[in-house]
Design a protein around this ligand. Structure first.
Ligand code: DQA
Length: 147
């Protein structure tokens, strides 16, 4: 199976962006650990980041017939984007939602996720480990589907 990992706005700044909230790990370090985990699980992996909602949507559309599942940290678009949510519903690939921080322990506007209702599940509050847990969750999902 092949997995698309998508990262939304401002996640390119990880490492220097509000380290007290998001830690010191850069997105390229997260990409490396995802690649290690993916190969251990026997997954192919595409890893991308964009600050542009439309680019994230286009990338999801292109995943149809190419990838088998998705991991999404939509950043602030989580709380605002009906279009991104509709894209997930449209492509019908299993998706795990990830956030580095515990969005439920933060400002009220971060408590609502437009992604969660169309995701297999949500992982938040575990920092970069969340991406690896999301890959494990997809592995478990595929196993169940093929059982
Ligand atoms: C985030 C949480 C969002 O509320 C925020 O807008 C982000 C990062 C996280 O990974 O904790 O950009 O998705």
């Amino acid at each position: 199976p092949s997995i698309l990992v998508l990262n939304g706005p401002n996640l390119n700044l990880l490492g220097t962006r509000q380290p007290e909230v998001y830690g010191r790990t850069t997105l390229s370090m997260i990409e490396s650990s995802c690649r290690k985990k993916a190969s251990a699980l026997g997954f192919g992996l595409e890893f991308m980041q964009s600050n542009h909602e439309g680019v994230l949507i286009d990338t999801m559309h292109a995943a149809r017939g190419v990838h088998d599942g998705m991991v999404l940290n939509a950043g602030a678009l989580t709380h605002t984007s009906v279009a991104l949510r509709d894209a997930i519903s449209s492509v019908e690939l299993p998706l795990v939602e990830v956030h580095l921080s515990n969005i439920h322990a933060r400002e009220a506007f971060r408590h609502v996720s437009h992604i969660a209702p169309v995701a297999l599940g949500q992982i938040c509050g575990f920092g970069p480990l969340g991406y690896l847990l999301a890959l494990e969750a997809l592995a478990g999902h595929f196993e169940e589907a093929h059982a």
